[in-house]
Design a binder for this molecule. Sequence first.
Ligand code: ADP
Length: 587
Amino acid sequence: MATKPSQLDLPHGVFLVFTFLMLGIIAAGYLYYKNQKAHFVENIKNDLVTITVLKVGQIVNWRKDRLAEARVIQGSRCMPRQMEEFLDNPRKNEIRKDLKDGMLLLKKNYDYSDIFLVDANGKAVLSVVSSATEIEQHAKHMALEAIHSGKVVLTDIQRTDLSKTIYFSLIVPILLPNQRPAGALLLIIDPNRFLYPLIQTWPVPSRTAETLLIRREGNNVVYINELRHRKGTTLSLRFPLSQTDLPAAMAVLGKRGTTKGIDYRGKPVIACTDHIPDSPWFIVTKVDEDEVYEPFRESAFIVSVIIIILVASSGMGIALWWRQQKVLFYREQYEKEFEYNAELEKANKETAKTLEELRRSNDELKQFAYIASHDLQEPLRMIASYLQLIERRYKGRLDKDADEFIAFAVEGAGRLQNMIIGLLAYSRIETQGKPLEEVNSAEVLGNAVSNLKLVIEESGAAITADRLPVVKADAVQLVQVFQNLLSNGIKFRREDPPRIHVSAVQEGTEWVFSVSDNGIGIAEEYKDRIFNIFQRLHGKEYPGVGIGLSLCRRIVERHGGRIWFESESGQGTTFYFTIPIKEGKTS
Ligand code: ADP
């Protein structure tokens, strides 16, 4: 048979799968993002290293070229001769002009911003552009050193005291044929013309990237080129070396390669630092972290959106799957319920049919019992009367066997009459029972006792009772119950005079009556049998037809109660029956 439908609970497993899926997607997204970022930063660092190497190479070459130029000038035969002539006759215009033309040609060919001629004392005696004959103190000092050593010198970047112009000097000491120093040429280089543009160019477009050239001055680091993000700072912007997160300071303190730091604007940067060989300069190439990570903000956004879409779609997938499961489950439940209802209806119909058949057969049985007992009484009475008549008239006249046979027939007829009477009484319990009303069970017991007065006296029975309640019952039938139980207690006695005690206790919603005797007792195995009609455990030694207890059960059940007994063989028996306190069954 189909079982009743049940509830469908969302399994924990589904939650777990969804949680793991979600965590997996987030972790995969995060790892992908992190990996991409590391890869990208690595690429940027490689770019910085490449650019640094390139710039260092270019600057070194530029310096080498400058020094090579200077050596070419130094090695020319013409220049020392002209210088000697000029220094010997400074007022001679022709010589002066020749020398100046030579210097002008040099300026033009090598793109110097000016050229000074200084004598062996460091005094400027001739210049190409400027009319001033005084040169900067620092330049004079360097020139004297160069003249003294006879070696070409490329000075560091300087700022003029007066015009504040930035310049380099390439000092070429000129030696006379007798190796006596004649003086020097000061070739003035403007870094803005070639060096600064060379440093500042960046091979790929970038918003923040730049190259810095720096040098150490005491415990400070000084920026020697024009900065991309702060103008007019050449040689004036300086930071203490103690500012260790400054990439420029790191470079000066010996750091080589890529690093992270905070630049002169206070912005986090990724940088590469190096030293320019054969020079006091250091180089820093750098780019803002902001710019580096910018593409990642976008990619982080895209990864987040993808994660959200994946999580949402996996959630939706699970939700859809769950919905489908529910639909399947409820369809199955519906089918089961349908089947269940159909079976229930079928069972109900069958029960109703069985009940109807039972009722009909019961009615027929009652009718049969009534008709049989009622209609059989008359012919039976006639048989019994005539048999008694024959007995009276022919006793002693026929032979001994005939007398005995007639006696058996008389007794059988009497017995049959008793059985028929019992059967009639049994069938009338339902049909002729009276409505249940409040009766005093003590009075009912009194009536039963007085009906049995003769037997009680004969047997010497002692009947006692406790206080008995008022119950809802059919008084006549209740008398019958007490009477049957008392008479059985007296009938099935032992040698001693019978003692019977009646009492009643309230248990829940019913009164439990008990009738106990001190008789022969009943074996446990007969506990159901003795309540059946015409069932007896004894022969002729105890008179009766076996209807008493079945009458009792029928009456008690009509009142909505139960009847049973407890006994120990040879120790007496206690019969119990119940009467409901509230409602009786009044069928
Ligand atoms: P009857 O008394 O006519 O034999 P009952 O239906 O009253 O029929 O009892 C059925 C049988 O139950 C009896 O024949 C008897 O064997 C047994 N019985 C009934 N009451 C008692 C009792 N109080 N003590 C011993 N046996 C009993």
